[in-house]
Design a binder for this molecule. Structure first.
Ligand code: BDP
Length: 718
């Protein structure tokens, strides 16, 4: 009897475990969840409008569309629409100009406007039957259209009268993985690299497919597999075979593979004595190597190169310039692909202002690059800070296509554990006006090619993806991957709209959840800036790993790797004078921008200390003296994280337990670390200002010495 009871108890435990497993959600499915639509009205409406799905074509991409729509609709509608012809009423027909049903619709004029990757989604008739049509010029366009259609259902939109014309605004929409061949990820906070080089090429992890699906669903069409601090080994035959296996897995999803090229590869793996880009043997080596790559990967995207930056080899080692280096590789690639040459350069001599170096080196080269070269420029001139003014190169190179580089991974934004929704940061840069051709010459117009009529255009995002089960470490990190893809496709989308889509697909369509959580996401930008680097402060994080505060960092081998170089705090005041009386980095912008940022009265307060060194008693817009304003912002930032926690805590009923607790725990880390930033920075700057922390604010929890002595070990990402 006793035995029986134990047996029953054990069964009960197992049953309970199984049922929580069903309801728990580890976030693996990202925004592609395809759970049964909860709103019963919508559900029955969708079921009526989608009784049949016909995907035309036999290509691998068409097979992917069939599978995705099959799984998606089965999940969302709870029933599988039939797929056999002839067309009946309430069909969804997906195809291209090359497939019979779609070509018979004579959509050529409209399709001519959407290019290779665009699509139409129309409520119309096919063979006299009422239908929803997803039409494109290519299979990949149709795939993007199919994902858009699924998104309409996932976000509970009206699909009864569709007339959508959609095409990407930039051509190359690329993730940059800073993944090393040993699977560590530079500045990666979500586990190890997805690429299991050791098991490749034989073992194709399902993750590769799901990665490609997720990218295709937001229109990302390229992936640089390896770190910009490159290892030449990836260009050797055994690795190229592995690269080819990944490229084969990604191809049906329209995702092309790119590699980083180490400039000294001809020496390291080619046995040459030099890597001089004007040396015929070096040029021949790159040509042969590139041809070899194309035998493995016929649609290889091209190379991404970091040269003469942070100790990486480059053409300057041989007295040549960036164009000499880029053009050599561009010639090797020819019309098969592109070379993306990074403008993130600075040498190791003490510079007058690191912010100026890219313009100094690249602007004179405008017009000297081959047609298939893009220069990839970080959003700001220093390095992915919580807030930076737009990079002065945008607008300054009318004859060279400039590709935007954003950092999706949160190196300077709380790394793996802080909730920071990046779309507002991306948008701030894209919407900034360069005045290159008068008012309205936004960075977005430079990047999408409309301002200077660039022939090729692109946007890159440094990936935040690793082998953590939920891909990005923080569940909300997924939103940044998503937002990058959506903005690379269409930079005119608003941050709120992107957050809304993502939240609906990732969590729920319930408005009681959407409104407060969307607001929380939107607020994170300002909150993080406040508790890390308010009022234009920048580059004051921990040494090398860049984790936590480190405004005291000084006396390192390079001045521009220290914090004191950037904040320049002294007894008189704080901030980097980049006006004509200082480094005059401001002189690199067009005159209206110079004028605006150069005058303390018109300089937006968020960039104040980026451009100006100001006395501690300088009166800020709030009426508070600068010192008090800095303190106020640090405290406000830290306090606002508590508000985020409160918002999240009220959402428990809308979120599965696993993700709810995960986010909750990470928010408590963020809250703790926001206080760490606040207290460490305020105490440090106080040693210069010699002013009190207003009495109504809580005292810092520890001494400055305590914070300065913190020395976290094995921080991920280095
Ligand atoms: C900095 C990172 C470093 C990268 C470098 C780059 O700290 O790890 O290698 O940028 O973009 O932000 O090349």
């Amino acid at each position: 009897m006793k035995k029986l009871r134990i047996y029953f108890l054990m069964c009960l435990v197992l049953l309970l475990k199984a049922s929580t497993a069903v309801f728990a959600d580890d976030g693996y499915r990202l925004w592609q969840r395809y759970d049964l639509i909860k709103d019963t009205g919508k559900l029955s409406n969708y079921r009526q409008l989608i009784t049949q799905v016909i995907v035309e074509g036999n290509s691998p991409a068409a097979a992917v569309i069939k599978k995705e729509l099959g799984n998606g609709l089965q999940g969302l509608l709870g029933q599988t629409p039939e797929s056999m012809q002839p067309v009946k009423d309430n069909a969804v027909v997906v195809g291209t100009t090359a497939t019979p049903l779609i070509s018979a619709l004579r959509l050529t004029d409209r399709l001519n406007k959407v290019g290779k990757e665009g699509y139409l989604i129309l409520t119309t008739t096919v063979n006299g039957k009422k239908a929803t049509v997803v039409a494109a010029n290519t299979d990949i366009g149709a795939l993007y259209g199919a994902f858009h259609f699924l998104r309409l259902l996932q976000t509970n939109q009206d699909i009864s009268k569709l007339a959508i014309t959609n095409a990407p605004k930039t051509q190359f929409r690329v993730l940059n993985h800073w993944d090393n061949l040993n699977r560590t990820v530079e500045r990666g906070y979500a586990g190890f690299s997805l690429w299991d080089w050791h098991r490749l090429p034989d073992y194709i992890d399902q993750r590769y497919i799901d990665y490609a699906r997720a990218n295709a669903s937001v229109g990302i069409n390229g992936t640089v597999l390896t770190n910009v601090n490159a290892n030449a080994l990836v260009l050797t035959k055994p690795y190229l075979e592995k690269v080819a296996a990944l490229a084969d897995a990604f191809r049906p999803y329209g995702l092309k593979v790119y590699l980083t090229a180490r400039f000294s590869a001809p020496i390291e793996i080619g046995g040459l004595k030099t890597a001089d880009p004007l040396d015929p043997a070096v040029r021949a080596w790159w040509k042969t190597k590139t041809d070899e790559i194309y035998t493995h990967v016929p649609d290889f995207g091209g190379f991404l190169v970091k040269a003469n930056s942070e100790g990486q080899p480059g053409p300057q080692n041989y007295g040549r310039n960036h164009a000499d280096g880029a053009n050599m590789m561009a010639d090797a690639v020819g019309n098969r692909g592109i070379v993306i040459w990074r403008a993130f350069v600075y040498d190791d001599k003490v510079p007058d202002d690191r912010a100026k170096q890219a313009v100094n080196e690249f602007k004179p080269l405008d017009g000297t690059f081959r047609k298939n070269v893009m220069v990839q420029v970080k959003n700001g001139a220093i390095d992915f800070q919580p807030r930076e003014p737009f990079h002065p190169l945008f607008g300054a190179m009318p004859k060279t296509p400039l590709m935007m580089e954003f950092q999706i991974t949160q190196e300077y934004l709380g790394q793996g554990t802080h909730l920071f929704y990046q779309a507002p940061l991306f948008k701030e840069t894209l919407d900034a006006d360069t005045y290159a051709k008068g008012a309205g010459s936004t960075v977005a117009k430079v990047v999408d090619g409309t301002l200077h009529k660039y022939e090729i255009t692109g946007m890159a995002g440094v990936s935040n993806i690793g082998n953590d089960r939920n891909w990005t470490g923080h569940h909300f990190g997924q939103a940044n991957w998503y937002a990058f893809g959506r903005l690379a496709w269409d930079h005119a989308l608003s941050s709120e709209a992107i957050a809304d889509e993502w939240l609906r697909m990732t969590f729920t369509n319930d408005n009681n959840f959407l409104a407060p959580v969307n607001k929380m996401m939107m607020d994170t930008r300002e909150i993080v800036v406040n508790y890390m680097t308010p009022l234009g402060l920048h580059h004051i994080m921990g040494w090398s790993h860049h984790y936590g505060p480190g405004p005291w960092i000084k006396d390192k081998q390079r001045a521009d790797w220290t914090s004191v170089y950037y904040h320049k705090a002294d007894e008189k005041g704080v901030g980097f004078d980049r006006t004509a009386s200082g480094s005059n980095a401001l002189g690199q912008y067009f005159p209206p921008v110079q004028k605006k940022f150069g005058n303390v009265k018109t300089c937006p307060e968020e960039f104040l200390l980026w451009f100006h060194h100001l006395p501690w008693d300088y009166k800020t817009k709030s009426g508070r003296p600068l010192w008090d304003e800095i303190v106020y912002r640090y405290y406000k930032g830290a306090e606002d994280v508590k508000g985020m926690q409160q918002t999240w805590n009220t959402q428990q009923s809308h979120v599965d337990e696993e993700r709810f607790q995960h986010v909750k725990t990470f928010l408590s880390i963020q809250e703790k670390e926001a206080r760490w930033w606040r207290d460490a920075c305020v105490l440090y700057f106080q040693t210069f200002s010699k002013r009190p922390i207003p009495a109504n604010l809580p005292k810092p929890e520890q001494t400055l010495e305590y914070y300065m002595n913190l020395d976290p070990k094995f921080v991920p990402g280095i």
